[in-house]
Design a protein around this ligand. Structure first.
Ligand SMILES: Cc1cc2nc3c(=O)[nH]c(=O)nc-3n(C[C@H](O)[C@H](O)[C@H](O)COP(=O)(O)OP(=O)(O)OC[C@H]3O[C@@H](n4cnc5c(N)ncnc54)[C@H](O)[C@@H]3O)c2cc1C
Length: 456
């Protein structure tokens, strides 16, 4: 788990504590076997500038991490220098201007807790310990993002250390090329962000959850209904379904239908989740829980406790879907029937994005999102389950419109994560800002020939 206590140090391969320092950066307990030459646990911007200069002068490639929640452990590469930003996690809120400045190592839950005290809100990630550093760069599907926009759309600016060691501010009016890239490049960003400047919102007055649970045998009926009703569901509701071996209430295989709602009043929230009470599949549900007010803090922590366990080896993969549900049903059935043991799970999310977003690197999204999360708890299960997510996504690739970098798996399966136009524009900016290629980019990209000929 994250070693964020105490002052950061610099460690080299072979030093006592080196392995723990590298593996300790990652939420995922998987050991890829990859190791950098040097890890720098940065305490401040000065440490970052010194580390970038050192890497450039010694010909070392650089990666960086903040909260360490990259499923693919993108920041852990062979050789080079890893800058661990997890200790840089300050939060400064200006409640009058409704802005905040945070360090990249700041956890989503800590930011939310600080803002809740002041009646303010930011669309942070859904699990408490997700680092804001990586979350904001890859887009950021946050709480209430269907209303307030992606996390990165609520960025006012960033302070970033570039390959030449300079510290620059980037915003819509200053170094706009860097700002454009920072909103969606994710692991392909070419600099170390040391501060994020955020636009805040008034906190929704009602936050709560409605939940319904179905036995797995109803999968086809439930998915057909969800797919049909999805576009009509209020953006204030994060309508999603989770296949789970230990469903709430039944403690067995099934489908949890979640409707978290963030609204301006109890009445508005009740109306927004009423589609569940009126659904034609309602009578098949094992349970329908009433709408209950819950703190976001509670939902973030309990989601992480039930589904996103630390200390296990995770493999994730995902895709955006846009077509009719019927051709997908046999594959969804197969996925549900072969799902590895708890806390492995499958997420189906009703996304339905707005027709237009700001011009930024983030550019791939569709109506629905499907993500598979495999948790391998025993070493002996590794061979059995490690490819489950990748293989099932590969089997569905003809229906896919690309992937979300949040749950990327590019080292194992190449897929489109940005429009071709935006990828070309990003490449051009990177060449200008990081001409020597100091910073690593994604572990795979869509225009790369797959190492494995079946990769898609
Ligand atoms: C349990 C869990 C729940 C999640 N929930 C959500 C969710 O609700 N919504 C969502 O959109 N995503 C979610 N994700 C995905 C998550 O947002 C991404 O993996 C994100 O990259 C994590 O950020 P991090 O700082 O914790 O990760 P890290 O592993 O530290 O960073 C990921 C990558 O971002 C880049 N990066 C990180 N920090 C910096 C920096 N300071 N400067 C430059 N580049 C940097 C690096 O390339 C790094 O490899 C979740 C992931 C997990 C494991």
């Amino acid at each position: 788990m994250l070693k964020t206590k105490g002052k950061g140090v610099t460690l080299r391969r072979g030093d006592k504590g080196f392995d723990a320092a590298v593996q300790g950066t990652s939420f995922n307990a998987r050991d890829s076997g990859r190791r950098p030459d040097i890890v720098v646990q940065a305490n401040d911007t000065g440490d970052v500038i010194a580390a970038v200069n050192q890497a450039r002068e010694h010909g070392l490639k650089v990666t960086m991490c903040s909260g360490g929640h990259s499923w693919a452990q993108n920041h852990i590469r062979d050789g080079g220098l890893l800058i661990d930003m997890s200790r840089v996690r300050s939060i400064e809120v200006n409640s009058v201007k409704q802005t905040a400045t945070i360090g990249p190592g700041c956890h989503s839950g800590d930011l939310n807790a600080e803002l809740a005290k002041q009646g303010l809100f930011f669309p942070v990630a859904h699990a408490y310990t997700v680092g804001m550093g990586g979350f904001l760069l890859q887009g950021g599907f946050g709480w209430n993002s269907r209303v307030m926009g992606l996390g990165c759309e609520n960025l006012l600016g960033i302070d970033v250390v570039l390959a030449n060691g300079s510290l620059v501010h980037a915003s819509a009016s200053e170094n706009a090329d860097i700002f454009w890239a920072a909103r969606g490049a994710g692991p392909g960003f070419f600099g170390v962000v040391v501060r994020y400047h955020l636009k805040l919102h008034a906190r929704p007055k009602f936050i709560g959850l409605k939940l319904q649970v179905f036995r797995q045998k109803h999968l086809e009926d439930v998915f057909s209904w969800a797919d049909r009703i999805g576009p009509q569901v209020s953006p204030k509701v994060e309508f999603q379904m989770v296949f789970n071996h230990r469903c709430m209430g039944t403690f067995s295989d099934g489908i949890e239908v979640y409707a978290p709602v963030l609204a301006d009043s109890w009445k508005e929230a009740r109306e927004a989740v009423d589609f569940i009470n009126k659904s034609p599949v309602r009578s098949k549900a094992s349970f329908t829980f009433p709408l209950v007010p819950l703190s976001l803090d509670f939902m973030m922590k309990s989601g992480e406790k039930t589904l996103f366990w630390p200390g296990v080896r995770w493999y994730a993969d995902n895709m955006w879907l846009d077509g009719p549900i019927d051709p997908l049903l046999p594959a969804l059935r197969r996925i549900a029937d072969t799902q590895p043991p708890h806390p492995s799970h499958v997420l189906w999310l009703n996304w339905n994005p707005p027709p237009q977003r700001e011009d930024m690197a983030f550019s791939v999204e569709t109506r629905t999102y499907l993500a598979l999360y495999t948790a391998v708890r025993k070493q002996s299960d590794e061979a059995k389950y490690a490819n489950w997510a990748t293989e099932n996504m590969r089997a569905l690739s003809e229906h896919s419109h690309g992937i979300q970098l949040a749950d990327e798996n590019l080292a194992l399966r190449l897929a489109k994560f940005m429009s071709a136009t935006n990828l070309a524009r990003l490449d051009k900016i990177r060449t200008q800002r990081d001409p020597q290629g100091l910073f690593h980019a994604w572990m795979g990209r869509p225009d790369q020939a797959p190492a494995n000929p079946t990769a898609s």
